[in-house]
Every structure is written in structure tokens, then in C-alpha cells.
Design a binder for this molecule. Sequence first.
Ligand SMILES: Cc1ncc(COP(=O)(O)O)c(C=O)c1O
Length: 475
Amino acid sequence: MSGLSRGAPDKVTIKVRGDGSPLAETGSEVEYREEEKAKAAAAQAAAGRAGNEELFERARRVLPGGVNSPVRAMGQVGIDPVFIESARGAEVLDRQGRRYLDWVSSWGPMILGHADPEVLAAIEEAAGRGTSFGAATELEVELAEEVAERMPSVEMIRMTSSGTEAAMTAARLARAATGREVLVKFAGAYHGHSDGLLAEAGSGVATHGIPSGPGIPEAQAAGTVVIPWNDREAVAEALEKHKVAALFAEPVAANMGVVPPEEGYLEFLRQATARAGAMLVFDEVITGFRVARGGAQELFGIVPDLTVMGKIIGGGLPAAAVGGSRELMERLAPTGDVYQAGTLSGNPLAVSAGLATLRRLDDQAYSRLGVLTDRLVTGLKDLADEHGLTVASAPGLVTLFFSALPVKDFEDAKATDRERHAAFYRAMLERGIWLPPSQFEACFVSLAHDEIMIDRTLMAAAEALAATDPRRAVV
Ligand SMILES: Cc1ncc(COP(=O)(O)O)c(C=O)c1O
């Protein structure tokens, strides 16, 4: 049974404009009536639609688990996946016209909120000129220039359609450049699902408790050394023991929940890899263009050898990239001997959406994102103290860990109370709050969120925590 049928999130009305600003503060009657009309239309359309349960039954017959990516399954929080019909601003609407305040933001790309008018206009304009040419375009040059301007470590990029491919390309480049084979990664980090980088991964792999072995050749697995995050000795040992081509790091780990680097840890990684002749690869698929204008490398002042980008760079359409110095990047074909290619790489629609998004992300946008994140974090910390929990965050990223102890690595993240997290998740969903359905993920703050929405989330969280705290459960 779908967990939704027992909830009543449709009671919750979040009145926001397309740009995310609250109608309650500035809205006119006309806009309010339009909102109501849209709601009525959604309810009417929903009446003729198959319900969530029925659709899930159909989906399961043709899609493994009914989903196209495991993180969308909600089994770990005890419910069936909820099928989404549309989204706007900071809201998602399900098939029954229920509205949820969205903290998933499509797992990161929607930093401006959903259906942002400028991003939509850019996509429409590009689509009008054709959706794919399989040839070079000016837009790709503009996007590469925009990225290079933001990240001084990146002189050139190669675009791909997914972060997985970009990380895979980074590994190949690093191996080619160093003439070495071993990759080092951190337990609980996720760099996409390529053979060499899946070992002890976070995100969906951790959520579903899946061993990373099946289907991966032993030789591939043996070529990857996995060590604990925030552990200096393990890094030193791995770099000493093996001829390491590259050390991959999410500079703020965000696929075991948010686990920031300890003070000085990224500097240590930079120095240790340089000393060992290994490449430092920052996987900024999540942190890039989110934690700062130039990503985590700007926030922490570290210069990696290669950077993996995704999510925001595609503005909600499939795009990702690997970037680095001219010297390294020109090892790629056609200038170099390292082969990498993609039919839809640098797709004009995705590049247009990415550019339209990046161009809005100026200093003011990041300071606003910081203010919003701080408000959410401060409120959650008060609640966390009351209920014996922990909050971890970085600009635009927040995780409420169901543990009283600080989480510094994957082992700590795995020691959290997942049952309690699941109960909290369901209680929040019933209150109209859409959270990532896993303890090993981050809430993604967007510029479509505002103070009213944050306060509403905190009020819901206060209720949900009170209702699900095993020490004083009332339901
Ligand atoms: C840090 C990180 N790297 C790589 C990836 C893989 O990106 P994609 O899902 O586009 O393949 C993800 C996906 O969430 C990610 O979070």
C-alpha cells in the first residue's frame, strides 16, 4: 500500500509564486485566484488518473522496482515510490494533485527551483533551433568559458551526459597521465556507477545495502582502494603502499549524508597526493556551483588536478563534465590519445539550461543560499538538541542524522538509527514535506525556497520528531 493514502498532505497549501516568493506576503488577489484555479485543475485532472498504487503496479512490470534509478524507490522508508506529475518553484505535485515542499531539488540540479521561467525560455529557444546536431556549437564554448572563469583549476572541460561518465573519464585521464592504475576513493562517497568507482559507495548503494561486487570484474575491484573519509593515516598508507593514479574525493561528502571535511583535511589530501605523484580528483557533481560560485575548491581554497561536475551544470537536463589544466585535458582525443566520446555530449538543450542557470548564480545568489541554509540549520539544530540528533551542513546542503554523535565518516553514518529516520520521513511526507528518502543523502536548498517555507518545514519537523521520538512517542 502506498504510504500516501493514509496521509493528508493535500491539506497543506504552500502559496508561492513561480519565482518562489510567498503570496502571503506580496501576492495579489488575482494571483491567488490563479493559484486556486490551477489547484482545481490539478485536482480535476487527478480524478481521471490512475492512482499511485495502480501506476506502481504497472511500473513494476516494466521497470525494475518501478523506477529508473534506485534512489527514487522509497522502500527504505517503508513506502512505495510516489509518482510525480509536475513541479514549480520549490514544490512538487504528485499524481493526485498533492503538493509537497521539495527539499530534494531533483538531487541537486534545481538550484533555481523547478520550471524556472528563464531556464524554460532558454530551453525552448534552443529547442526551436533543433535538439541535437552531433556537431560543435557556440553554446558549448560559452559554457566552458563560464566554468573556466569560475574555477581557476579548470582551463578546459569535456562534457558528458552524466556524472558517472565524467568521473569515468577523470579516472581514465589520471591513469593515462600518471601511467599508474590504482584509484583511491572514500567509503560512502559516490562517483557514479562505473566499475572502478562503485566500491563501498554511498547514496543508493548504501541506502539499499547492496554489495558493490556483483557484475564488477575482480580486476576492476582490485584496482580501487577504499579508505575512511576524514582519516589521514589511511590516506598516507594507501599512497605509500600503492602506485596511485588518482585519489577521488567529494570535497564535502554528501552521499553518506553531508559529512564535511575536518579542518585541514583537504589541504592534507592536496599535499599528500602531490608528494606521491598521484592526481587529486575533486568530484564536485554535488558541491560544484552550489557551496560557492566556484564550488568547494573555491570555498576551501584547494586546487585539484581534475574536477568532475554534473547536476547544476545541466540546469535540470542531462549534462556533466570533467575539467582540468589544458595540459591534462588535451590528452583527450582528438588532441590526445585518451579516447572519450558521446553522441549527446554538450547537447544544446542541456547546455542552454546549464548556462541559463549558471548565469543567475552570482554572489548575491550564493549569499541568499547561505542565509536560507543557515536558517534551516539553526532551526534543525534546536530540534536536534531536543531529540538527541545531529545536523550536518555545507552551504546549500543539509542532513539531519538520527544519531546523537557527530558523523565524521561512513561508519558513523551507518551507525545512525535508520528506523527512526524512516518514521520521521513518513511523518514529514504526511505533513507535505518532500525529503530525500534515505539517511545517506542531503537536503538540497534552492533559491526558490524562502523563510516561510523553512519555518513551515521546521514546524513540521518539530511535530514529526515529537511524534516519532521513541523516548516520548505520542503515536
Ligand atoms: C558526487 C557525485 N558524483 C557522481 C554522481 C553521478 O552522477 P550521475 O547520476 O549524473 O551519473 C553523483 C550522483 O548523484 C554524485 O552525487
